[in-house]
Design a protein around this ligand. Structure first.
Ligand code: ADP
Ligand code: MG
Length: 624
């Protein structure tokens, strides 16, 4: 159902589906429709024009009723086209799955055979097959199916190869499943959408190919009508009686067009990446929908978020991922943003440079100022010039942020040259400096490595080098050490720490680890359900957390060398951000919550010097 809904959102695909549906229904009903016999000749009635009495579409060169021949011909062409597509998909996919799954020599032998088929122009190959088997519709069907097998085999093999090396297949093998069961129950469900997509985009093609063979007289044999043979027979009267060619020609056009529109729609609707969002391309900048004008600039911070709100609009639901967040950093300062997974840290960070995917992301209010200039609503060109140059990001997963097919040095050079006009040699020298700056041993040899030749820690250092490439003023690091082990984490933290002291870099460091905050951050903001619930100097918050959530978050962290201590997990789960409760979002899980905590909205209350603030009616520590 969801699939149909998505399909119908694409107007052209819906039109294709409706037209195709009509044609198919008519073709199925043809034997029961009150039509003249398609094969009865009446030489007296030759070449009657359309709309003549008794012949709605006129007659052909033998006086046969064109409407009747069109209906029967469409029926036959559709049947042959679909049958050929089914056969090609079945055989081709089987060949592709077997080759991709078993790999090695099996793969080699099968794929070379497929390559040989592919080496001939397909229509020549089809002609050769029909020539060998003799003309006839069934042989034409076999020929069309055969020439399309390589297409399916190649496509499906590619998908299978990447799936067959995945962990869930290994797990199935380790569980003792046989090859057949793995193929049928593990591989096939993953490959099936690709098969359907390949079919839906090739059926039209196959109908055309069958028509082509019939046109040449190699498919359906007289008097049997199919669309191709009708065209072929009408060829000699193309000038004198154009309607005899126009009728089957138009039908072929309608069928192929509607199938292709439908096929495109099916492909889009089945693609899992498109399923969650709308069927439109993501924009280059997050969509902005500010209800109120941007707040005035206050004070001179390097980067400041004022009252920033970002939500995701998916179908009828609105996920309020970030609500009225205020943050700021000064040069040389490190601000920590901490919170459970899903609390809105990444969305906050991405909103600054308009990097939240839209749709479904929308920034609904606030400002993000870099040196006073509001970035929310800035043009794509402005943002593009700043991304990576003034404000750089480091993401969590170093393997997925580096391109697997380029050498790390080339990727570094690309980062430099997209913002500065320098020669390739200068860029390379700079890349070497950067690699040395992030303490990669032997930068001269490492610069020509591919990402997979490096360890996780090294790759993350390359990402940091890339973020540093243009000497940015601010680095936003989104859990950059979560995927690394503790020794590498320590090295990377001290690296970032040195960099900010040497270069007066401002860092926004997103993490869920209080240990990291203690080591690196001057100030920290604690996020919960899209809001900041507490902020202040790291040491003060670590020593005396005021918000119950911050306090309990810290109680979850084990202390080394502190002997036995009971670790308290926080009971319950954070609220879903599309159904936020009234009042404090943490009230459900808080042992101090009272009735007053569950109404209205709870404000962030700061001390008079502005150093600390907490969003709680009954804080654990009094701040003043
Ligand atoms: P984290 O603090 O772990 O970085 P995120 O900022 O990634 O959390 O996510 C914040 C909230 O936004 C989460 O509740 C998440 O479910 C929601 N969210 C993120 N991306 C989308 C999306 N594309 N559609 C709907 N909700 C989303
Ligand atoms: Mg995140």
């Amino acid at each position: 159902m969801a699939f149909l809904k998505l399909l119908f959102r694409n107007k052209l695909a819906a039109a294709g589906l409706i037209i195709m549906g009509l044609v198919v229904v008519l073709a199925v009903l043809t034997p029961w429709l009150p039509l003249l016999d398609p094969d009865v000749t009446a030489t007296g009635d030759r070449f009657k024009p359309p709309f003549s009495a008794g012949h709605l579409l006129g007659t052909d060169h033998l006086g046969r009723d064109l409407l009747s021949r069109l209906m029967w011909g469409t029926r036959l062409s559709l049947m042959v086209g679909f049958a050929a597509a089914l056969i090609a998909a079945l055989l081709g996919s089987t060949v592709g799955i077997v080759a991709g799954y078993f790999g090695g020599r099996t793969d080699n032998i099968i794929m070379r055979a497929v390559d040989m088929l592919m080496a001939f122009p397909y229509i020549l190959l089809a002609l050769a097959i029909v020539a060998a088997l003799g003309p006839g519709l069934v042989n034409a069907l076999i020929a069309v199916a055969a020439v399309n097998i390589p297409f399916f085999a190649r496509n499906i093999r590619g998908v299978t190869v990447s799936l067959a090396r995945r962990e869930f297949i290994d797990a199935a093998k380790l569980a003792g499943m046989g090859h057949l069961r793995i193929i049928v129950f593990e591989l096939l469900p993953n490959v099936a959408p690709v098969i359907v997509i390949a079919m839906s985009t090739t059926v039209g093609w196959m109908i055309l190919e069958t028509a082509g063979l019939s046109f040449l007289g190699l498919g359906s044999q007289p008097p049997q009508a199919d669309l191709g043979s009708m065209l072929g027979e009408a060829r000699s009267a193309l000038i004198t009686s154009p309607h005899t060619s126009a009728v089957p020609g138009l039908m072929i056009f309608v069928i192929v067009m509607s199938i292709n529109l439908l096929g495109d729609g099916v492909r889009d609707a089945l693609d899992p990446r498109l399923r969650s969002g709308a069927l439109t391309r993501p924009r280059a900048v997050t969509q902005i929908d500010r209800q109120q004008p941007a707040p005035e600039a206050d004070g001179a911070s390097l980067l400041a978020l004022q009252d920033l709100s970002t939500e995701f609009r998916v179908a009828k639901r609105t996920y309020k991922a970030v609500r009225h967040v205020n943050l700021h950093v000064a040069p040389g300062e490190c601000l920590g943003v901490i919170g459970e997974s899903g609390s809105g840290k990444s969305v906050t960070a991405l909103s600054i440079m308009g990097l939240v995917a839209s749709p479904p992301g929308v920034i609904t209010g606030g400002a993000g100022r870099f040196e006073g200039q509001d970035l929310i609503g800035a043009s794509y060109e402005t943002l593009r010039a700043m991304r990576g140059d003034k404000v750089a990001y480091i993401f969590q997963d170093p393997l997925s942020t580096l391109h697997p097919l380029y050498r790390v040095g080339d990727q570094l050079c690309e980062a430099i040259r997209s913002h500065h006009k320098v020669t390739a040699r200068e860029a390379r020298t700079r890349a070497l400096e950067l690699l040395a700056a992030v303490r990669i041993p032997n930068p001269e040899s490492r610069i020509d490595n591919y990402p997979h030749e490096m360890s996780g820690g090294m790759r993350q250092r390359v990402s940091i080098a890339m973020a540093l490439a243009n000497d940015p003023e601010v680095i936003i690091a989104d859990e950059p050490t979560t995927a690394l082990d503790v020794t590498v984490q320590a090295q990377i933290l001290s690296l970032l720490n040195d960099l900010r002291r040497e270069r007066q870099l401002a860092i926004i460091f997103i993490t869920h680890d209080f240990g990291v905050v203690a080591q690196l951050c001057d100030r920290v903001a604690v996020m919960y359900a899209g809001q900041i619930v507490e902020e202040g100097p790291s040491q003060a918050i670590l020593d005396r957390p005021a918000h119950p959530y911050a306090k309990r978050l810290m109680a979850c962290v084990p202390d080394l060398g502190q002997g036995r201590r009971e670790l308290e997990a926080i009971p319950g789960l954070p609220p879903a951000v599309d159904r936020l409760p009234d009042g404090c979002a943490f009230a459900e899980r808080c042992n101090k919550a009272s009735q007053a905590c569950r109404v209205g909205s709870i404000e962030l209350v700061g001390t008079s010097d502005g150093r600390r603030a907490v969003r709680c009616l009954d804080p654990e520590e009094s701040l003043s």
